[in-house]
Design a binder for this molecule. Sequence first.
Ligand code: AVJ
Length: 316
Amino acid sequence: MTSTCASRRTHDQFRADVLAGLSRPQKRLPSKYFYDAAGSQLFDRITELPEYYPTRTELAVMREHAAAMAARCGPRCLLVELGAGSLVKVRLLLDELVAPAGYVPVDVSGEHLRGAARELAADYPGLGVHPVVADFTRPFELPPVPAARRVVYFPGSTIGNFDPAEADDLLGRVARLVGPGGGLLLGIDLRKDTAVLEPAYNDARGVTAAFNRNLLVRINRELGADFDPAAFRHRAFYNHERSRIEMHLVSAAEQRVQMGGATFAFRAGESIHTENSYKYAPAEFAQRAAACGLRADATWTDANGFFAVMHLTAIL
Ligand code: AVJ
């Protein structure tokens, strides 16, 4: 039972999630599966697009306020990053931290994680780097590294991809993971004009459309489905009522898709909901976090108020 290897378990979970998602009245697929090798490359291209403001704005906020953020983290902290991303942002923080006790990147992709950890360790001699291969949307344990304080770093506004109940659950688990007095440094994308939001997810070059469709390409390759990605149209719009960008793949025609023994029928115009990207107001987010055991005590934003990095402290 415990001998099943991690990649096998991940694969089985992927299959189960896809089957369950496509069996619902409103078909859906979890956005965490966007990031295979091709999807990660497409996401990197998205971050460079003129319309996609979040990454460059967050980087600007980090560059300007890294010293203040590091001061909040305090000396000898153990920095735990959820998702081992590009490593650019965490370097800005590491450059300012006073005698960090260690760096723990947590990521599902063991390969990506080890590569990133090695790269970072080479540039920060003396820093203990302890990668943990885990799906951070589920409970995981930290290596027993002595530290003055544990701080979780969760950049990129990935929290926005969680539904409110899932986000609350994650916030609660982070509070328990860092313990009373521990911290969370979090990137969140803020509410703004639809005229700014919608183009960010409907870029002129069609990179976001390719990123969205790549999920079908991945399902074909890894789960043996027979999706025709070209028969699905990319659609992204801002849902005001729920303060979120929704991404869908809309079937251009009536069609059937096979996967394993199962068949999924699509009406013309029927969609698969592939992602939510929630946008928050800082005060509202702080209120939600407080109910999950985290008190917001510092917020840094850009001049436009497009993006915020928030520091929160776990309370008893
Ligand atoms: C930054 C990874 C959270 O919601 O903006 C980009 C991913 N989806 N374009 C976001 C994404 C479509 C994304 N994250």
